[in-house]
Design a protein around this ligand. Structure first.
Ligand code: URA
Length: 254
């Protein structure tokens, strides 16, 4: 397992702390009395359940279960019935990821849309069909050969863009997925995947088509399939990017 950087660990701890405080607020605790951190109050008992006990109430359980996950199943278990950000309330399914857990090639999108939310699988709607065509007809691979995941795992309402706090809550899971799959190449689809993985605000139109590095993994930013549905003339740009990926996978480029 790759050790998380201090910055990554700090980000996860900050998210855990925020969740913990939000949960406390939800059950009516507005301040923490000094020296009284563990005392159970009537407010935290609801229908016989102590809302602050066990995994959910443990400030550090989140980050440790996630970092200790040795495979994708354990990571999925660590995510659980996620309520770390507000997107949980509108979801049908949490869309974790799909594909070969040892894939050499990983695609990262933005977040589930309506079809993905209903089916619990990334990229199965119209944009997904286009991505599937790129993988199968364009690259000659099967969907099961690659791994596909998103930055946020729950559908933003009305397919709006994910908000910064939602990305911040969910990105540790994407990073851990990458850590477990260990792809040789990542194709980052669209602005949110690129900005999240490269921690850069450079517009996608400026950096698409050139190789970048995500912790030593070759990363190719390209346009999002949903954008291509609206702008089919730009499909040729994505095809150029994908050809570079294929070349890299066949070991042709240096
Ligand atoms: N768009 C995405 O970014 N991801 C999906 O899973 C579907 C559409």
């Amino acid at each position: 397992m790759t050790r998380p950087s201090d910055t990554e660990e700090l980000a996860v701890l900050a998210t855990s702390l925020r969740r913990h405080l939000q949960r406390q607020q939800c059950v009516g605790i507005r301040f923490i009395p000094k020296g009284d951190l563990l005392r159970e109050t009537a407010a935290v008992r609801e229908g016989g359940t102590n809302l602050l006990s066990g995994r959910d109430g443990d400030l550090f359980a989140d980050s440790s279960a996630m970092y200790q996950a040795k495979n994708l199943e354990e990571l999925r278990d660590a995510i659980g019935d996620c309520r770390r950000c507000k997107l949980w309330s509108g979801r049908t399914h949490l869309v974790f990821g799909v594909g070969n857990p040892k894939a050499k090639l990983m695609f990262v999108g933005e977040g589930p849309g309506r079809d993905e939310d209903l089916q619990g699988e990334p990229f199965v709607g119209r944009a997904g069909q286009l991505l599937t065509d790129i993988i199968t007809k364009g690259m000659g691979l099967r969907r099961e050969d690659v791994y596909i995941a998103n930055v946020v795992k729950c559908r933003p309402p009305e397919n709006r863009n994910p908000e910064p706090d939602e990305v911040a809550s969910c990105e540790p899971f994407l990073k851990k997925q990458i850590d477990l799959v260990k792809p040789e190449i990542i194709v980052a689809l669209g602005k949110f995947a690129v900005q999240t993985l490269l921690q850069s605000k450079v517009p996608i139109t400026k950096i698409r088509g050139s190789w970048h590095s995500y912790h030593g993994i070759r990363l190719m930013p390209t346009l999002h399939p949903a954008y291509l549905l609206r702008n089919p003339a730009d499909k040729k740009l994505v095809w150029e990017d994908i050809k570079q990926v294929m070349k890299e996978m066949s070991g042709e480029s240096a």
